[in-house]
Write a protein that binds this ligand. Structure first.
Ligand SMILES: Cc1cc2nc3c(=O)[nH]c(=O)nc-3n(C[C@H](O)[C@H](O)[C@H](O)COP(=O)(O)OP(=O)(O)OC[C@H]3O[C@@H](n4cnc5c(N)ncnc54)[C@H](O)[C@@H]3O)c2cc1C
Length: 235
């Protein structure tokens, strides 16, 4: 059911130099959302662009709503950036069909930057419910400082032995980065996927990245029905 809610901001966290997360209190309300869905977020501004979709980064197993966004120069982003604890945000939803396939045996999540928000939701949900899904997150960022929810991935992995999180950094120059470098590519996918023909692939990020990775998976003969995409238009 699509709800119209006004939720209190209870915590704001600077996740990376240009990404902030907003924890919203549900109060007495319950929202029945699926892992991967989004809200239409409406801000109190005089603009045609006062409503934008933002993925729900929290899991239905958590008692709050988490949204997370990258800063920008639009009125919407300026307003969001100015919000303080105690302010209210209007949300409409939940919406969307980019949701976790709970009966999958293996899932590969391919993501870049802020595109990881729905995957935090899906991974936390699958872990809290002990779903027997082999999950791998291939997460690409420009620099190590851009990794969103950086402090959480390791503890998620410790809690769920079926989860592997692999970071790859595309611009590691000057950083003492010992992990993987470069964009998500065929080699990285093949090395980490047990069954290319049957794994379900979720891709989320800027449209260019989603298109590029979709074409890559198609060239690797991944069945079309096993590729699920969400494009963050505007990036
Ligand atoms: C389902 C969904 C979930 C999303 N979840 C998140 C999230 O969790 N976090 C997050 O930060 N962002 C998310 N986004 C993207 C978000 O809604 C904004 O589009 C984005 O943050 C850019 O907004 P802006 O105000 O900074 O830029 P804007 O100033 O609105 O846009 C920047 C540029 O993109 C163009 N543009 C804007 N919207 C579109 C569009 N729909 N199609 C084509 N071009 C467009 C503009 O013309 C402009 O040139 C999501 C998008 C979708 C569709």
């Amino acid at each position: 059911m699509v709800l119209n809610l006004e939720l209190n901001v209870v915590e704001i966290k600077q996740e990376t130099p240009d990404v902030k997360s907003f924890k919203l209190d549900l109060g007495m309300q319950t929202v029945d959302y699926k892992p991967g869905q989004y809200f239409m977020v409406e801000l109190d501004i005089e603009s045609d662009e006062k409503i934008k979709p933002l993925s729900i980064a929290s899991s239905p197993t958590e008692e709050f709503i988490l949204i997370c966004t990258k800063s920008g120069e639009s009125d919407f982003k300026h307003k969001l950036d100015s919000l303080k604890v105690g302010d209210k945000i209007k949300v409409k939803g939940p919406m969307g069909i980019f949701v976790l396939k709970e009966d999958a045996k293996e899932i590969m999540f391919l993501s870049g930057g802020i595109g990881v928000t729905p995957f935090r939701n899906m991974i936390k949900y699958a872990s809290d419910n002990k779903l027997p899904i082999k999950m791998t997150l291939l997460y690409s960022n420009k620099t190590p400082a851009d990794i969103v929810f950086e402090d959480q991935w390791h503890s998620f992995e410790k809690e769920n032995p079926n989860l592997k999180v692999i970071h790859t950094i595309t611009n590691a120059e000057g950083d003492d980065w010992q992990g993987r470098k470069g964009r998500i590519d065929e080699k990285m996918i093949k090395e980490n996927c047990s069954d290319i023909n049957n794994a379900v692939f979720y891709i989320c990020g800027p449209p260019g990245m989603v298109d590029g990775l979709t074409n890559l998976l198609k060239s690797m003969n991944v069945p079309q029905q096993n590729i699920k995409i969400e494009k963050f238009e505007g990036y």
